[in-house]
Design a binder for this molecule. Structure first.
Ligand SMILES: Nc1ncnc2c1ncn2[C@@H]1O[C@H](COP(=O)(O)OP(=O)(O)O)[C@@H](O)[C@H]1O
Ligand SMILES: [Mg+2]
Length: 335
């Protein structure tokens, strides 16, 4: 049965697009048939993760100007090429579960539908005309087309997963995207936490969907609160929780920092302090919103400060971010 998952947030810049794109790519790499849709209609940015210039957009489908096959672009080849390259590259894990994931990539599929970022197209989706400034009554028709798009994805593409990147907040198209989803992942960013806003979304919006069986969770992103190079997190091998989950076999502090034990103990102290804060915040969030934190993803410098967006799970299969995503996928599969 198809599972539809929406990445949403109260505020912008929490990592929805990054998480949705990586989630979809990793699912496909694990052998699933995946459709990723950019429904952040007010500020689409999914394109930056896929070097492409679509001729047709989701907008065209909604306005009856394109067929589904025109707007869902097949990105499966990027899985195969990364998978092949990785198997040559010694960094790619080739044991056990990872090896089977590598082989599964051959049967996984990834289609992506993009949204047009032109001002007039955004305005049209809001049911207005850029030239006259008048609202029209086409919104219901657009919504019907959107629901039809989801039906076609299920019936014609036999998708295992539909992943939706949404607009933040409580806006017409964010609500539409949430309405067609089975699982809502409300993304929060640690450095910019808004407990009141999150509570508002969970009570006013999510409540009306969860009543009918939709599941919702908090997804905590960029957890460290400040940027941690991913190899520094392995400094404290005895620690548990988020950081320990990032431990990579074969990576150790001695090989990286030699005898600099003061750096080791300072970093371990920081990480331990941080973990206590995280645990307290997690409890506070869950208590306030009534939603469980499904995963906590640390902030990584190499992702944050990269000049160009990239799909970490494909470019760096050995990265702890990828590890974290494998666990997130397992958690979502259990829902
Ligand atoms: N876990 C993470 N670690 C480091 N940088 C991240 C992480 N998640 C997201 N980012 C970065 O944060 C920025 C905002 O993310 P984005 O996905 O565009 O947010 P949104 O879609 O919610 O507006 C991007 O530059 C992205 O690379
Ligand atoms: Mg975005």
């Amino acid at each position: 049965m198809t599972k539809c998952i929406a990445f949403h947030s109260y505020k912008g810049g929490t990592g929805k697009t990054t998480l949705a794109a990586n989630f979809a790519a990793l699912l496909a790499l694990r052998g699933y048939r995946v459709v990723l849709l950019d429904l952040d209609v007010y500020a689409p940015s999914l394109q930056s993760y896929f070097d492409t210039n679509p001729k047709k957009w989701i907008n065209d489908f909604l306005f009856d100007k394109a067929q589904i096959e025109d707007i869902l672009l097949d990105f499966t080849p990027i899985l195969t090429s990364v998978s092949k390259r990785s198997s040559i590259d010694n960094n790619f894990p080739t044991k056990g579960k990872e090896k089977s994931a590598h082989l599964d990539a051959l049967k996984g599929k990834l289609w992506v539908g993009f949204c047009n970022s032109k001002k007039e197209e955004i305005y049209k989706l809001e049911g207005g005309s850029a030239t006259t400034g008048k609202q029209d009554s086409s919104k219901i028709h657009l919504l019907r087309r959107f629901i039809f798009l989801r039906e076609l994805i299920i019936s014609d593409y036999h998708a295992d997963y539909v992943i939706i990147d949404t607009s933040p907040g409580i806006r017409y198209w964010s609500i539409n995207a949430l309405a067609v989803a089975d699982v809502l992942l409300l993304t929060l960013k640690m450095g910019d936490l808004d407990v009141a806003g999150t509570k508002k979304v969970s009570e006013e919006i999510y409540g009306s969907f969860t009543k009918f069986g939709t599941k919702s969770f908090l997804l905590w992103n960029r957890v460290a609160g400040y940027c941690i190079p991913h190899n520094l997190q392995n400094l404290s091998p005895t620690t548990s929780g988020v950081m320990a989950s990032d431990m990579q076999p074969g990576m150790n502090i001695q090989s990286r920092f030699g005898r600099d034990h003061s750096l080791l103990s300072k970093s371990s102290y920081l990480i331990d302090e941080q973990r206590v804060t995280e645990r307290n915040m997690k409890n506070l969030l869950s208590n306030e919103t009534g939603m469980e934190v499904i995963s906590a993803i640390p902030c990584y410098c190499d992702i944050q400060f990269s000049r160009k967006e990239f799909l970490t799970v494909l470019e760096h299969p050995e990265h702890p971010f990828t590890n974290q995503f494998n666990m997130l996928i397992d958690a979502v599969a259990r829902i």
